[in-house]
Design a protein around this ligand. Sequence first.
Ligand code: IPM
Ligand code: MG
Length: 381
Amino acid sequence: MAKYRIAWMPGDGVGNDVMDATRIVLDAMNFDAEYVHADIGWDFWCKEGNPLPDRTIETLKTTDAALFGAITSKPRDEAHEELAPELQDKGLVYFSPIVKLRQMFNLHTNLRPCKAYAGNPLNYRGDDVDLVVFRENTEGSYGGVEWYPLPEKIYDALCDNPKMVKWKDKGLENVALSTRIMSRQGCESICRQSFEYAKKFGRSSVTLVEKPNVLRETGGLMTRVFREVAKDYPGIDAWEANIDAMCMWLLKSPQDYDVLVAENMFGDIISDLAAGLVGGLGFACAANIGDDYAVFEPTHGSAPKYAGQDVVNPIAMLLTAKMMLDWLGETSEAARLEKAVADVIEAGDIATYDIKGRGKGNSTTEVAQEIARRLQSPVNA
Ligand code: IPM
Ligand code: MG
């Protein structure tokens, strides 16, 4: 029997390309795993009206962890139009399967390291950017608590706040409401984990990215909790920045930052920005981590126009697999994989189009094969 049982979810679009590449590399490492395919994504929404079929959830429960390629997410009305004709009038509403997985398995922490590997010509501000984003992964505006039109009973319930009156004047049928709900527990967990990480890996600062001057209650709660938690880590600088200012500061001087912590939506935004500093989404790995299960999925989406063309950069997915190895406790294997990836980036001769230019890149498979070759060469063993 294999040591690990891994759910294998290519998902949509280029998810398939990068997962195939990952398999080449994991096999070259002799990673001792049984892979169990699980259906997820756009096709299952269109054909079955459910992008996250129940059978997939059952399969995941039998595995140690999941590797996930990419997902296509579309707004509600566009999604509805693509449903199979026989499902059109069933009242089905599209939901993002990755957001649902995060909530269903309580994958409360989204860890997104963004490191500028030496020699990557796409590094935006030199080779010494090394950021780690801790994104709260189940709360905030991703809770799915929203309405359109605004029901009368919700309006009434919110009417203790005199500011609501003007919305009634607009006509509730014209009003949409999305909520941002955060708990003390959620804030505390993500803040504590970011400081624990900083302590474990010798990082000098943790920066909270929020907007408490406007989002006074949710942002205020997060800020208070951050300050309380920071007291337990006197050796680590605790900085606070507003999300808007942080976008500017990260572009100007990313070297000044180390660990960043944010609620769900701000973490989503800041992690794409941080990815842009280290070569773009082709280099941005991520992990959705819970107490005893984790789903490893790169930050990038499904890029439908490149699907099946074997051209996209597999490095984000490979670094995501590296995060899985770390989480499983295979830390020396994880380090071996990261070194092979870093070496290929630094050598620069085998690289995809995002690095070499459109039409001039190597294929996804060739990059994976080059990384696999280095992993198997005795010098790198
Ligand atoms: C991400 C993605 C997802 C998110 C989408 C696909 C729902 O942007 O993982 O960052 O917003 O969390
Ligand atoms: Mg995102």
